[in-house]
Ligand binder design. Structure first.
Ligand code: AQP
Length: 332
């Protein structure tokens, strides 16, 4: 079976709709026909300052949310990145293959370091895409389900894989990004031409999966819409309404064209009211399942321990090949 791999950072108390619709939903869908490896990216989380206690709690919450949304630990290796030391080890080798200028071109670093200035950003934030390349290449996956914002990092991953293969010997598979166009970039509810983002969005712009359902409903009802009154998908002219239609279609499975027909002659208010109900119906059971999973710490620990064992089997084999090929000796 083709292999898939993806990860998510434990840097918020809850995943948001961008994470879920852009990436996580595809994880669940792909696990049926693929061999999945899914991880909580705690090494990535510390590229910006984290409170250790909060990071620990969020790592478990992230794992609980993955299970609550349908990731099946019998099919998927679900693990925490720092439990598999090969990620950091391969990252070093790949850093030595990455050009400084090449790393500098990564737009996410530019965006994320813009606020405090480059001097205040950590070297870890700068090299994060290389660690991400290591995360991926260790498992030799065919596909990496992510949102549009990760496309550039996937390109770097493919470049590094090709460079290593060329310089030494074919070792890595060149992975394909798996990005679903319709939901590749979920917009901020208050600023729909920007992506919904935990670091950049205002609280009103972001729907958190674990928010109280009535809070999420209110955010949907207060979403900015556009001038005019016609409910029609047009990303350029009507980014607000189009974003709401995207979310509506993704959650219900109804094609956008059907929704446009359904709301012909109705105003934006009706669309928002109905979508708020759809959102409540979706998040309520998700939230209940997550909170229940959080109560069963020993189950979560067991899932993550088993996931790390499965991940290490693959990761240690790849790292062994890499170490041989670059000319490292083994301890006698
Ligand atoms: N708005 C989005 N639309 C579609 N996909 C999105 N993703 C994130 N935001 C959107 C996808 O979610 C996955 C997990 O990403 P992450 O762990 O890197 O989380 P993130 O990128 O830190 O999430 P944010 O909210 O985007 O955080 P900041 O603001 O810190 O950058 C990835 O597959 C990502 O593409």
């Amino acid at each position: 079976r083709p292999r898939v791999l993806s990860g998510i950072q434990p840097t918020a108390d809850s995943f948001h709709f961008g994470n879920y619709l852009g990436a996580l939903r595809q994880w669940v869908a792909l696990q049926e026909e693929h061999e999945p490896f899914f991880f909580v990216a705690d090494l990535h989380a510390i590229t910006v300052e984290q409170d250790p206690k909060v990071l620990r709690e969020r790592t478990l919450r992230a794992a609980a949310q993955l299970l609550a949304m349908g990731v099946d630990p019998d099919r998927a290796a679900v693990f925490v990145q720092s439990h598999v030391p090969e990620h950091a080890q391969l990252s070093w080798v790949l850093q030595c293959l990455t050009g400084f200028g090449e790393a500098r071109r990564m737009t996410q670093f530019k965006d994320k370091s813009a606020k405090g200035g480059e001097g205040a950003a950590s070297v870890g934030l700068f090299t994060y895409p290389v660690l991400q390349a290591a995360d991926i290449l260790l498992y030799r996956p065919h596909f990496v389900p992510v949102g549009e914002d990760q496309r550039q990092h996937l390109e770097l991953t493919r470049d590094l894989a090709g460079r290593f293969n060329h310089r030494y010997k074919k070792t890595f598979r060149l992975p394909e990004p798996y990005i679903l166009e319709a939901t590749a970039k979920i917009g901020d509810l208050q600023d729909p031409t920007s992506k919904m983002s935990k670091s950049a969005s205002s609280p009103a712009g972001i729907v958190e999966m674990l928010d109280e359902p009535r809070v999420s409903a209110k955010k949907i009802r207060s979403a900015v819409t556009d001038s005019g009154s016609e409910v029609r998908f047009d990303a350029a002219e009507k980014p607000g309404v189009s974003n709401l239609l995207t979310i509506y279609a993704a959650l219900t499975g109804a094609p956008v064209a059907d929704l446009e027909e359904q709301y012909a002659g109705h105003g934006y208010g009706d669309l928002k009211r109905d979508l708020a109900e759809v959102v409540v119906e979706f998040v309520t059971p998700f939230r209940d399942r997550t909170l229940a999973l959080m109560e069963d710490r020993s189950h979560l620990d067991a899932v993550l321990a088993a996931g790390a064992v499965r991940a290490r089997e693959v990761a240690s084999r790849t790292l062994g090949d890499v170490y041989d090929r670059v000319g490292f000796t083994r301890p006698a």
